[in-house]
Design a protein around this ligand. Sequence first.
Ligand code: PMP
Length: 354
Amino acid sequence: MSIRQTNGRGRFDSILDTVGDTPVVRINRIAPDHVTVYVKFEAFNPAGSVKDRLALNIIESAERDGRLKPGQTVVEATSGNTGIGLAMVCAAKGYPLVVTMADSFSIERRRLMRFLGAKVVLTPRTAKGFGMYQKAVELCEANGWFLASQFETPDNADIHENTTGREIVNDFNGEKLDYFVTGYGTGGTVSGVGRVLRRERPDTKIILTEPANAQIVGSGYVNTRNEGHQPTEGHPNFEPHPIQGWTPDFIPWVLQEAIDKKYYDELLPIPGPEGIAWSRRLAAEEGIFTGISGGSTFAVAMKVAESAPEGSVILCMLPDTGERYLSTPLFEGVAEEMTEEEAALSKSTPSHQM
Ligand code: PMP
């Protein structure tokens, strides 16, 4: 197991040994006074997101049981973070990687994956998540590649049970933890952490969230799947939403466990713009730089806080770094040239050049 089990920095034999064991950080300025809010900040992973955990486990688990052969090409459909994580892991271990991705996801994500040595095959945004997924399956079948299968593999929730969930239980050992708030993409986080919290912290309420305009879990309709648990249709309640990494256009098999075993106590939808607003506040008022899904999860944590009893402790997942969103609505309105106020500052001292 390469995931580092002790907190702190030190010397490591490989970049892969730095995956996981992310810090839990208290919010000091923007949360209401009657509660204590913490964030679990997954940007501390070496490739900047929670998906580094899954990427490492998918590859190492397949190496262990022989599903992945030395030098075999890995292929996966991913909206970005899994691809970036897999690219990091494949680069460190010497596997070629091909990622399929809808052309609606941010340009940074493609370029990052290519920078990390992967090939990125774009699929039309009109074909949605299902289209990029189909392309990965076709490439796998045509070439005998290893399909990472993040939406179906047990290696996904397992790593969150063995690391993310364990870390949370250890960090709150002997302390209150009233609410755990998370969104879902594959559902690996909620299913894996859910197993641990239900077993070891049954009083902790788990709050799941999804985009207000794509309430596929909330609809109650479960899409059809084949015998490999892969979706055979897009979900009828899906609509494109701005929260990259959340809610594909089908209910993944990995998430189904959390639904069937009731790993969440409440499902609270959130509009993307509210998530963007909270991501901006986390950066500008707490110095915590996370993406749109982090802001959206935090927005839900703030809603939970509104009605939470005095003294409640809330933990909120922040899945990735905000640096991945420079070309997205998250940065809309952030000036490139000097603002009027900045220009006035510039003119206010002698070295100003006209
Ligand atoms: N936020 C972002 C930015 C992500 O990339 C992902 C993973 N796709 C998630 C949240 C959700 O994590 P999970 O797949 O474990 O449900």
